[in-house]
Design a protein. Structure first.
Length: 265
């Protein structure tokens, strides 16, 4: 995904992190801590973004080559980088590291359900179907919601990417909800930040709005607590998700073993 030239209007916010695990610099916050930072961040603050790496992301970020290098830079540039995976949290505990869990789906749900995103707050959604957007407006009363759903494969079209960026910049919003899948949403967030012209907070949330509005059913709480949400999603959408959960994500254990073989610091 191409990035526009950097601007000089706003200095880039300093990332809040301090814990390195499996090659990623995390912000070691649980849901309550991350929610408090997001909810109290001024709407007029320079544009920043939140990334929520799960096991699939960790595997991708530990690959080699220019694309992986660029993606690691994007994640390092996130204002917050919170752990979206209970599996990663469990692996961290094996190394004596406390890495709390804060999923993107829970973060956006709490922002809306607890009233941190008020009806009159401007909010922009990139991605998401019309039923999802209609449910957000009707159920939660978001009167100033602006929506743009880019075409499939937009990340390969510089004009489509530029349209997304301009859509976000032209009418500043307190929150920009990026729901176009990873790594497209993270690349788009970084491209907006690179302009130096935006304000507000971008949240890379994947399917979070679909869960919140009930368009997709989320795993029951007992499965989530036991780190089995991946299994529920796999059984719900096997044709779409089998490769992610049965081929790609399990490679995180090989990543972990490589790091575990190194001297612990």
């Amino acid at each position: 995904m191409p990035s526009p030239p950097s601007g000089q209007d706003h200095p880039a916010p300093t990332p809040i992190n301090g814990l390195s695990f499996l090659g990623i610099l995390y912000t070691p916050l649980d849901l309550t801590g991350a929610l408090a930072l997001c909810a109290h961040r001024p709407a007029a603050a320079p544009f920043a973004y939140v990334v929520t790496p799960n096991a699939d992301h960790v595997v991708r970020l530990n690959e080699t080559g220019p694309e992986a290098d660029a993606l690691r830079s994007i994640y390092r540039g996130g204002w917050l980088c919170v752990n979206d995976s209970r599996v990663i949290g469990a692996l961290a505990r094996l190394r004596g590291v406390r890495l709390p869990v804060c999923t993107g789906a829970d973060l956006v749900a709490r922002l809306i359900l607890e009233g941190h995103l008020k009806a009159d707050d401007p909010v922009t959604v990139i991605g998401g179907t019309e039923p999802v957007i209609a449910a957000l407006r009707d159920r939660f009363g978001l009167r100033r919601l602006r929506h743009h759903n880019p075409p499939l494969g937009f990340e390969h079209d510089p004009h489509a990417v530029e349209h997304c960026i301009r859509f976000i910049l032209d009418e500043p919003a307190r929150f920009v909800l990026l729901a176009v899948g990873s790594p497209r949403q993270e690349r788009l967030a970084a491209a907006v930040a690179a302009t130096g012209q935006g304000t507000g907070l971008g949240l890379c949330i994947g399917a979070g709005l679909e869960f919140l509005t009930g368009v997709k059913r989320r795993a029951p709480p007992w499965m989530r607590r036991r780190g089995l949400e991946w299994l529920y999603r796999l059984l719900s959408e096997p044709r779409r998700l089998w490769r992610r959960y049965l081929v790609q994500s399990p490679r995180v254990f090989m990543v972990f073993l490589r790091y575990a073989a190194r001297p612990q610091r």
